[in-house]
Ligand binder design. Structure first.
Ligand code: F6R
Length: 241
């Protein structure tokens, strides 16, 4: 486990972008695992910047997102499809046929989860998975009291997640109660993991993840068992370490 503590959000974002960019330089056909939420926004801005400076070429890259809300259309502004398109994909040259995000609106969710897993497998697995962390210690939407053995599956969102994500919706009631998420097993199969965390609100989750025991109550704590995981944490998020 590599822990890099940085000054602030901006430094976290530029360091994370540099790591992703090196990955793509070393292997232009890299399979990137991507996250949504506030944490990676700065990283995505930096990546767009590197792309504009011709320092990174996404032309042969494949991407797999961690999760998508259940029962939401791709065009919906709250969907993670919309988020990814408008915060990254439309500004870089990744071919859209190389982009994968679970279809939260699939008729048969079980089939969709299996399909997603087999697409990842077909590409030889994720080379580097970017993760944020929930204040409750979740990764992807693998909520506390997680089963560490799961692959992509339908999850019921934790009350704290609904509360936290309500900032993107008109009210708490509008937040979907379920989502499709890569499971812990899927995440742990990634060759490399890069977890980024910023702000005091994440300090407790970061502390439990890094210093606590591996515990299903803190889903991210399983990362202690991954052989190539890097945490980039700003001072505020590292304040309890
Ligand atoms: C997003 C995801 C979540 C977020 C986490 C932190 O695809 O899977 O685990 O990374 O909820 O969200 P932010 O970054 O908004 O604090």
């Amino acid at each position: 486990m590599r822990i890099i503590i940085v000054k602030d959000y901006d430094e976290m974002s530029s360091k994370a972008a540099r790591i992703i960019s090196s990955q793509v330089t070393l292997n232009p056909k890299s399979v990137l695992g991507l996250a949504t939420g506030s944490t990676p926004l700065g990283t995505y801005k930096e990546l767009i910047d590197l792309y504009n400076k011709k320092e990174i070429d996404f032309g042969s890259v494949k991407t797999f997102n961690l999760d998508e809300y259940y029962g939401i259309e791709k065009q919906n502004e709250q969907s993670y499809h919309y988020f990814m398109m408008n915060n990254l994909f439309k500004y870089i040259n990744v071919p859209l046929e190389n982009v994968n995000i679970p279809n939260g609106n699939a008729k048969n969710i079980e089939e969709e989860c299996l399909r997603y897993e087999s697409e990842i497998e077909k590409e030889g697995g994720v080379d580097i998975q970017i993760l944020g962390i929930g204040a409750n210690g979740h990764i992807g939407f693998n909520e506390p009291n997680v089963n560490f053995e799961t692959r992509t599956h339908l999850v019921t969102l934790d009350e704290r997640t609904i509360e936290a994500n309500s900032r993107f919706f008109k009210d708490k009631e509008s937040v979907p109660k379920k989502a499709i998420s890569m499971g812990i097993k899927t995440i742990m199969d990634s060759k490399k993991i890069l977890l980024i965390a910023s702000g005091e609100g994440k300090a407790e989750a970061v502390e439990k993840t890094i210093k606590g025991k591996v515990d299903p109550k803190v889903p991210a704590s399983i990362l202690q068992l991954h052989k190539d995981v890097t945490f980039i944490i700003d001072k505020a998020a590292a304040s309890k370490l």
